[in-house]
Design a protein around this ligand. Structure first.
Ligand SMILES: NC(=O)c1ccc[n+]([C@@H]2O[C@H](COP(=O)([O-])OP(=O)(O)OC[C@H]3O[C@@H](n4cnc5c(N)ncnc54)[C@H](OP(=O)(O)O)[C@@H]3O)[C@@H](O)[C@H]2O)c1
Length: 352
């Protein structure tokens, strides 16, 4: 079988190789999965550059935190799920550390506790993106920030996949959103998606616009995945006692020096205005949640997507051998659609 392997940490296009490897054999409690589709996330590229929250032992199957595939075989004494079933694999490690297996390969072995069956009407594009971004959006809004109906939620990179899902979920729950984007061209799109207010940092002052929008009560809850000066402005824009959850650092995207991954906070905000700023990392959540809680949350997300409350932007398919183009798209400004590795096998391709 073919696998996209990173020989060492470095620039993804320099270190990735398409290699031939033996198909792995599942043990008891495991299933062999024939991968159908798997996305390229910013975090996959962070792992390859050696700037993520864990580092695998290289050479390693490069990136790949989630996928959809079909069960091809089961380990000894392993009954569920059934062979042929289409399942989502959450390869996000259950403890902070290297994942059991990356998903950028034709077959992988996974613990059956990590498998979530998906309904037929869910496309491969949506199913393969279920376990990371929609789950992050759900946990940020309902658990980390516990935003209540009628409350304001301020978020950055509103045009990202997570940002779009946060908008849709917020509308569903009666939460009002203030959405920060960096391009004027994105503003109308975010409004059309249901964003209540949109601030464009290209030509607007974030702190001033939040004050104008929210009035004297201000905004108490925010989620940021840009960090750097934009993340700092978000913390400044919050009302006293407000809470900011930082879950990404897009403004430092290609930087690998840990000292460059910063948010220049104002001491005044933290001390006198007692604002709380903390992080969220899905891997750590998976590490602390029991498999039952994690699967329950994933099933909730699956239901929201299957019921079309959440719509995951359709990804753009690439074969594994076109990884250079796929990585370039993942990092291109205004890339819109997310690149997916789609593995055709001519046998169970159902056109989804
Ligand atoms: N902590 C966690 O557990 C967790 C889980 C999931 C995702 N994340 C993080 O969430 C973030 C979004 O992921 P995604 O997959 O949803 O992203 P995505 O779909 O690839 O979209 C990226 C978005 O970020 C915007 N962007 C990129 N660089 C920016 C910058 N310097 N300043 C402002 N906006 C910028 C882009 O705007 P343009 O359209 O203008 O290019 C685009 O809208 C990433 O940082 C990812 O690592 C974290």
């Amino acid at each position: 079988m073919r696998a996209l392997v990173a020989v060492k940490a470095g620039e993804p296009t320099d270190v990735l190789r398409l290699e031939s490897r033996p198909v792995p054999t599942p043990k008891t409690g495991q299933a062999l999965i024939r991968v159908k589709a798997t996305p390229i996330h910013a975090s996959d590229l962070h792992v390859l550059r050696g700037r993520y929250g864990f580092s695998p032992t290289f050479p390693a199957v490069g990136g790949g935190l989630e996928c959809v595939g079909r069960v091809a075989a089961l380990g000894p004494d392993t009954e569920a799920p059934t062979v042929g079933e289409r399942v989502v694999v959450a390869a996000v490690p259950a403890v902070p550390g290297p994942p059991v297996a990356g998903t950028w390969q034709e077959y992988l072995v996974a613990d059956t506790l990590r498998l979530l069956p998906v309904p037929d009407h869910l496309s491969d594009s949506s199913a393969c993106q279920l376990a990371v971004n929609p789950l992050t959006a759900l946990l940020l809004v309902t658990r980390e920030l516990d935003v209540q109906p009628g409350e304001w939620l301020l978020q950055t990179a509103a045009g990202s996949t997570v940002g779009r899902l946060v908008i849709q979920l917020s509308r569903h729950l009666g939460i009002r959103t203030i959405n920060v984007v960096r391009r004027r061209a994105a503003v109308e799109e975010i409004k059309a998606l249901g964003g209540d207010e949109v601030i464009c940092t290209e030509d607007e002052d974030l702190v001033q616009r939040v004050a104008e929008t929210a009035g004297p009560d201000g905004v108490l809850k925010a989620a940021d995945c840009v960090a750097g000066p934009v993340g700092a402005q978000v913390s400044q824009a919050l009302a006293p006692s407000g809470e900011l959850v930082v879950y990404g650092a897009l403004s430092t995207h290609r930087k690998t020096d840990p000292a460059a991954l910063t948010i220049p906070l104002q001491a005044r905000s933290v001390i006198y205005e007692t604002k709380r700023i903390r992080g969220f990392w899905l891997n750590r959540w998976f590490a602390t949640a029991s498999p039952e809680i994690a699967l329950h949350a994933l099933a909730r997300v699956r239901g929201l997507v299957a019921d079309e409350v959440l719509s995951i932007p359709r990804g753009r398919p690439f074969p594994l051998e076109h990884f250079i183009e796929a990585v370039a798209l993942a990092e291109a400004p205004a890339h819109g659609t997310k690149p997916l590795f789609v593995i055709e096998d001519g046998r169970d391709e159902d056109g989804k």
